[in-house]
Design a protein around this ligand. Structure first.
Ligand code: SER
Length: 319
């Protein structure tokens, strides 16, 4: 039997689009989507399994039965939700990571992708052009779990030869699946509300600049990193990854070029503190050098794509 790829947490914002992209690249049957909840139609158009990322035995059984050799672990609790449920977030984010790291240590998996985040940085990190190697004192539960996860990835690589690869995603923008409980989610909500009400109440302040990226760029980064030759990778914690940086006022301005009457007001909530602890822009020259990373989508591109596609989805009633 040919070896297969498994995506754990395939129903989430990244997992959904990653599954489609991997199936396009390697063939539908070669890519198994899995999640703790049942998949949507797109995911179900290929192999789909119910799987709990915290259940080692269940993952082991599945990878042995299906001859899975490559795993993308996308299940995690994001920053805003994790502040509300710290222990649950810690347990999910760390247990799921240890499960796949240990399966790789036991040589049951050859290659592993695990996402980290800009949340590994904290208020003491340089906020502009945050370097690959920098002070990292995250102040959120999510950030602490990602930073600890990065240390463990590097440890498993150095001590057990585990081929684990990772990027620090910025806020990701997409129209296919909604994000769940992140601080950068405003940059998606705003498009939905712009189309529904022509106005938006933002939970971050107008000048909260954060690193952001269009989903297609994020998926390209993920797949290019996984396809890069082992020898070219100098980072086994997680690579900085930069797309663009903007704040809510700039995004609102970009939306106004399409919807001139669009109105935004600001009502910052607990997520403001999280945003204030994160970088505004990221230096990703190491990713550029090691595996040729390059961002493609600008704020203007993203605005146009989001409005056009969401408009279509609303008019076809597919949201
Ligand atoms: N987008 C994520 C969040 O806001 C950051 O990794 O939690």
């Amino acid at each position: 039997m040919n070896s297969k790829i498994l995506i754990i947490g395939a129903c989430g914002q990244i997992g959904t689009e990653l599954t489609s992209a991997l199936r396009k690249q390697y063939g539908t049957e070669a890519v198994i989507a899995s999640d703790i909840v049942t998949g949507n139609n797109e995911l179900n158009s290929g192999p789909f399994k119910l799987l709990d990322a915290t259940n080692y035995q269940a993952i082991e059984n599945l990878i042995e039965k299906e001859n899975v050799k490559e795993v993308y672990l996308m299940a995690a609790m994001l920053s805003a939700n994790a502040e509300k449920m710290p222990m649950k977030a810690w347990d999910l984010n760390m247990t799921s990571l240890f499960n796949v790291l240990n399966l790789a240590k036991e040589k049951k998996i050859d290659k592993l992708f695990w996402p980290s985040s800009i949340a590994v940085f904290g208020p003491t990190s340089p906020r502009e052009n945050t370097p690959q190697h920098s002070i990292m004192e995250p102040t959120t539960v999510y950030g602490i779990s990602k930073q600890a996860g990065e240390r463990w990835c590097e440890y498993y690589h150095k001590n057990f030869g585990v081929d684990v690869r990772s990027v620090r995603y910025p806020g990701l923008i997409s129209y296919k699946t909604l994000p769940g409980g992140g601080t950068t989610d405003y940059a998606i909500d705003i498009f939905h509300e712009a189309l529904k009400k022509n106005s938006y109440t933002c939970f971050l302040k107008e000048d909260s600049t954060l690193p952001m990226m269009y989903m297609e760029d994020a998926i390209n980064a993920t797949i290019s990193l996984m396809e890069a030759p082992k020898e070219s990778l100098s980072i086994r914690s997680s690579y900085n990854l930069a797309g663009i940086s903007f704040n809510p006022a700039q995004l609102a301005q970009s939306i106004k070029t399409h919807l001139p009457d669009f109105k935004i007001r600001y009502a910052p909530d607990f997520r403001q503190k999280i945003a204030d602890s994160w970088p505004q822009s990221i230096d990703d020259h190491v990713a550029q050098k090691d595996w040729g990373w390059k961002n493609q989508f600008s704020i203007e591109d993203i605005t146009k794509i989001m409005l056009e596609n969401l408009n279509q989805r609303y008019s076809l009633n597919t949201i």
